[in-house]
Design a protein around this ligand. Structure first.
Ligand SMILES: Cc1cc2nc3c(=O)[nH]c(=O)nc-3n(C[C@H](O)[C@H](O)[C@H](O)COP(=O)(O)O)c2cc1C
Length: 336
């Protein structure tokens, strides 16, 4: 048997709410913002290929702010030795979890033989996970996967994938509860077209209660997210968290019993971070792009978005722009 060591479990209170890894979206600026909104959420990096971690510009790829914890580094790749090296480096940089991507269906990723195609290679994933656990002892090594690829619809194939990897020591699985269709769908369509089947995530938890299971895919509001918690450890939100970030705050407050704070109050807490970044030479637009949905559906929400979209790229744009945008949300609506 391949078993090396079991990866440590993640404390249950850190699993209830998480924000999905999203390329080009969940960079460090975004994660710091999400942390302010949801103090107890688990945050994930964008996927970084193991090769880039080992050979690339680590200061750029792995940079994080201390406030981001608990934060996971998501790796892409399928070479156990390389993934092990990358996991070790991620652990040394202070990441609280190393997650292996077994769900991305993009052509580029398929050409590199990682991401969702790994659903068909459980033994290789198990070898990778075992190598990562050995290289980063003490740091949970986890897997984010789909239910299958293309027309895989047999429960036995899915549970065999999970069991093979669990035997290698992985204890926590994030299940994006739909198949990935590797031919004919874009990555975007692959997040929408294959039907969601949450019942498989629930069944996984029922049949393997020793595993920690977080469900992902299509969770749109606080009630839906809360309903999942009756069946498993946690709910991971991607697009809804990004486009309507106040939902993260609502969920975090609801589940921790904290008092809801206003959007404006939360945003103003971001000011020291934003100003420190501007001081380092970061452009405001790289930060504000993550904030556009904060007032979605609220009075002044459109104007808030517009002021930031139009003003943040201008030379010298600074915090004053955010105050200007905020003032439009704080003004009383005109009587109709
Ligand atoms: C812009 C974007 C980038 C994504 N990048 C990644 C990624 O790097 N790694 C990954 O595992 N999933 C990635 N995903 C998929 C999400 O993590 C998540 O599984 C998917 O969006 C379904 O969750 P949702 O319906 O809550 O958005 C990405 C999704 C989006 C929208």
């Amino acid at each position: 048997m391949r078993r090396v060591n079991a990866s440590p479990a993640i404390p249950a209170d850190q699993l209830r709410l998480s924000v999905a890894p999203m390329m080009d979206w969940t960079d460090s600026h975004c994660r710091v913002f999400h942390r302010l909104l949801a103090p107890s959420a688990r945050l994930y990096s964008e996927m970084v290929h193991a090769n880039a971690v080992v050979l690339g510009d680590r200061a750029r790829l792995l940079a994080m702010d201390p406030c981001e914890h608990p934060v996971a580094l998501q790796l892409g790749g399928s070479e156990p030795a390389l993934l092990a090296q990358a996991a070790r480096i991620g652990a040394d940089w202070g990441y609280d979890e190393i997650n292996l991507n077994c769900g991305c269906p993009s052509d580029r990723v398929q050409a590199g033989r990682f991401g969702a195609c790994l659903m068909r290679e459980p033994a290789l994933v198990a070898d990778s996970v075992a190598a990562m656990i050995a290289a980063a002892p003490g740091v949970p090594v986890t897997v984010k996967c789909r239910l299958g690829v293309d027309d895989d619809h047999e429960w036995e194939r899915f549970i065999d994938f999970i069991d093979t990897i669990a035997e290698a020591g992985c204890r926590m699985f994030v299940v994006h509860a739909r198949n990935a269709w590797l031919k004919g769908l874009s990555p975007k369509e692959n997040r929408e077209v294959p039907p969601l089947r949450y019942d498989w995530a629930y069944r996984l938890k029922r049949e393997r209660p020793q595993l920690q299971v977080v469900v992902n895919g299509g969770i749109a509001d606080a009630d839906e997210a809360t309903a999942h918690l009756q069946h498993l450890e946690g709910a991971m939100l991607g697009r809804a968290a990004y486009h309507t970030p106040y939902l993260l705050h609502q969920l975090d407050a609801r589940w921790s019993g904290a008092v809801l704070r206003s959007r404006a109050e939360l945003l103003r807490e971001y000011r020291p971070y934003v100003e420190a970044q501007l001081h380092k030479g970061v452009f405001l637009k790289h930060i504000t792009r993550h904030l556009l949905g904060l007032f979605a559906g609220q009075h002044g929400g459109r104007a808030f978005r517009q002021i930031l979209s139009e003003g943040a790229h201008r030379p010298g744009a600074d915090w004053a722009l955010l105050e200007q945008a905020l003032s439009l949300t704080e003004r009383e609506p005109l009587p109709t």
